[in-house]
Design a protein around this ligand. Structure first.
Ligand code: GTB
Length: 217
């Protein structure tokens, strides 16, 4: 059955891979599943047709036969459950990998998103300058805790899993700020994720999609 996901018609990042379709593409590549991408413009996202797929008027969405999903976390969990390679077989290890997916989305991504909001959405507000250092401290605190847990391990809990895919995807969003670079073991962890052939394919595909140039072979 054909899998179709949605992505920005043109991502505001010009193909840096920061929009959330990249993480879904990555999961599909890890799972060896071919997929199609339907571009959605900012205005089409708010139209009834897209709102029927994604009630908040956002990307990504996932369609497969009569199944429609939204929320990148739910989509990646679905892909990981249906296909091999992203979740361990052992029940407890599987539960821990899922825990890391939730940790990435609920404990690590929120302060990173706050930074994006204060810089780019609220940058012209009189209080944004005062708020910025508080948010940076919050991110530093979380990344410090995460780096302690990761230690010198390659991945968060044994073999690479959907938990790492989600955590690396979330941490990539902190890379442009320079804060990730303050934590060399986390920066190396993210680089290991980016070096995975499946990530490389996903990144190249979204770049080609956003620039209109075919992926370099
Ligand atoms: N919780 C949802 C999920 O995980 O799927 C959040 C989805 C979401 O935030 N989607 C964003 C969106 O559709 C795109 S990914 N925004 C349009 C809107 O809300 O109107 C967030 C994003 C946007 C842009 C960049 N960028 O250019 O760097 C990076 C990430």
């Amino acid at each position: 059955m054909t899998i179709t996901i949605t992505a920005f018609e043109r991502s505001p990042d010009g193909g840096m891979g920061l929009a959330r379709d990249t993480r879904v593409r990555w999961a599909l590549e890890e799972a060896g599943q071919p997929y199609e991408v339907r571009p959605v413009s900012f205005s089409a996202m708010k139209e009834p047709a897209h709102l029927g797929l994604q009630p908040f008027g956002q990307i990504p969405t996932y369609e497969e036969g009569d199944l429609t999903l939204f929320e990148s976390g739910a989509i990646i969990f679905h892909i990981a459950e249906r296909h091999g390679g992203l979740l361990p077989d052992d029940a407890n290890a599987r539960a821990r990998a899922i825990t890391w997916m939730f940790a990435a989305l609920n404990s690590v991504e929120p302060p990173i998103l706050e930074l994006v909001t204060v810089r780019f959405v609220e940058g012209d507000k009189p209080w944004s300058k005062e708020r910025l250092p508080l948010i940076v401290d919050r991110i530093r605190h979380r990344l410090g805790q995460l780096s302690v847990r990761l230690g010198d391990a390659a991945w968060l809990d044994g073999a690479f899993s959907a938990g790492d895919l989600m955590m690396v995807s979330v941490l990539l969003r902190a890379k442009p700020s320079g804060i990730l670079g303050e934590f060399p073991t986390l920066a190396a962890y993210v680089a290991r994720g980016e070096a995975r052939p499946a990530y490389q394919r996903a990144f190249a595909a979204q770049l080609a999609f956003n620039t209109g140039k075919p992926p370099a072979s």
